[in-house]
Design a protein around this ligand. Sequence first.
Ligand code: AMP
Length: 558
Amino acid sequence: MADLGRRARERDTEAGLGHPAWERDTEASLGHRAWERDTEAGLGRPAWERHVEDVSGLLAGLAEGTLGEAFQRTAHLRPDAVAVQVDDDALTHAELDERAAAVAGWLRGRLPAGARVVIAAPNGIALVTAYAGVVRAGCVAVLASPALTERELRHLVSDAGAEAAFAAGASREALARIGHPLRTLAALDGTDFGDVLACGLTRDPEPVPSDSPALLAYTSGTTGTPKGVPLSHANLLSSIRAALAAWRWTADDVLVHALPLTHQHGLGGVHAALLTGSRTRVLSRFDERRLIETVAEERASVLFAVPAMYERLAELAELTQPASLRRLRLAVCGSAPLSPELALRVATAIGQVPLERYGTTESGLNVSNPLGGPRLPGTVGLPLPGVELRICDVAGRDAAEGEIVLRGPQVFTGYWNRPEATAEAFHPGGWFRTGDLGHVDPATGHLTISGRSKELVITGGLNVYPREVEQVLEEHPGVAEAAVAGLPSARWGEEVTAWVVRTGHSPAVSGDALIAFARTRLAPYKCPKRVLFIDALPRNAMGKIVRHELPAPSAHDT
Ligand code: AMP
């Protein structure tokens, strides 16, 4: 894992730019100039102070400790309060703490610190317990969506070098077939997990350093191969602590969400409860009516959702005028662009403009509108405490409009075992290239995201990387080549769409057959909803597909 990102940071540390770079001015040229400019533009420390008044106090402890220690501390302070409830299953902080200790003891009886442990299950209290146990053990959690196919799980297991797994349902069956390098597989939905919890090992393993990885998240790139993103305890703690402080989170808050816990956005809600002693209620699946009922039942104070969910909530709220949504003190929105039109429609329906936040798997939670306002629709707000943000051209020079680059304790240090991808992901000085394009309003300091340089499709709040889908389609004998992009969709935000050039293979493959083919290899949300056949893909002189020249569908296309 020695890679360029880490090397860049090490070099910075020698130059006085590393941890805690975000606490002090620096002499190093690039960072120094950016800092001054950002400070003037309201993007450095002054931006943090628009989120949190006593920012120095917060910064001092932002990255300290480990998740396990932090969760244990909370359990001692609020033992009897409900920590997390998924559907009808709830655990108090003390119960979760006790179970996490048992899982940690069981794991460390079998594996060393740092071992990768896959957790593949639908939203459920067992997933939360397994996760808390893995991080408490000093092992590394590899969270896998239950929608992943056997082929996708196989890549994850071998790339991560995972030695153990906790899994439920079809994921467990697939993992059992995969085997090597997995040595241990425990069912989260059967008696095995009960055995793990009953094993009675409650002695805590020796603590791991806070910069050791707690989570290995997987994110695809334009290459189409999902890459591992190691996130340390310090990365995850800084990310959530900065947001919690900015959003004035207290132990009395009650969060409701229906996001997948295997993604950072949903998992962040669990971290919030386990750091503050508050309560998080999770729905195993999104249903707007059920979500509104749950907000009412819980007398919830905070809601997390993605724009596609807000669209459906606003539609129902316009009809039923539920008072519960108006009682929320905070409605947070992120993971995909929220149009100003939808922001205002939601504001009319629930009485507040959703508070937009922006981040990436690699960099955590980085930017949000300030809680006290102004919440400017069309912007994602100001950098959260500790996050330095600049706009760059491709060479890494400051620009008014360009790629958003970030630095701070929230940001990872490099991809898992991929030095080349890591080298591409950082500009000198340790600035992470998000692949998102944007600009900062010099008057307000607010960041607007204008597009993606990565060709990510975001459908229903989930990311789909075109290259991954293209590669699968191109495996079909009837397909010569394929391009995948998102088309605007009222329901999904974007709809995964494939443009396909057929081979002379007989019989000619149909769109339905290709969608069915993709479904055997990819999670359903990644599969094209529509396939358009064309004679040739538009390409530039360098042979790259020019996606904006892909022809729009006509009425007779499937
Ligand atoms: P992920 O790695 O799954 O967290 O996805 C990160 C990507 O989602 C970012 O690079 C952005 O393209 C997009 N994204 C996240 N939050 C927002 C937001 N508030 N507005 C627009 N795009 C967003």
